[in-house]
Design a protein around this ligand. Structure first.
Ligand code: FES
Length: 91
């Protein structure tokens, strides 16, 4: 899955990493938006069935968007703002 920004591209850019690769986001993006708009494709593998997951509820309820942030542990990508310098990995 890739999110495509149709509007709202004037916010300041920030840089973070996904599994060591630099990605660019916009200030105010959630991690889910930042990762999927940058082309990450998915956020984690399902532990219950085959297949990648990319979030479902987008409001912090379903736990379908766990990612790991260095220094913070596992966080919900849809409920965590992207910050400059974050080091993120899937799952
Ligand atoms: S997408 Fe449901 S908790 Fe994040």
């Amino acid at each position: 899955m890739k999110l495509v920004r149709l509007r709202d591209d004037a916010r300041p850019r920030i840089a973070l990493t996904l599994e060591g690769a630099r990605i660019e986001a916009q200030q105010g993006d959630t991690l889910l938006t930042a990762l999927l708009a940058a082309g990450a494709g998915y956020l984690r593998e399902s532990e219950f069935e085959d297949g990648p997951r990319a979030g479902f509820c987008l409001m912090g309820a379903c736990q379908d968007c766990w990612v790991t942030v260095v220094g913070r542990g596992r966080v919900r990508a849809c409920a965590t703002l992207a910050e400059p310098g974050m080091e993120v990995s899937r799952g």
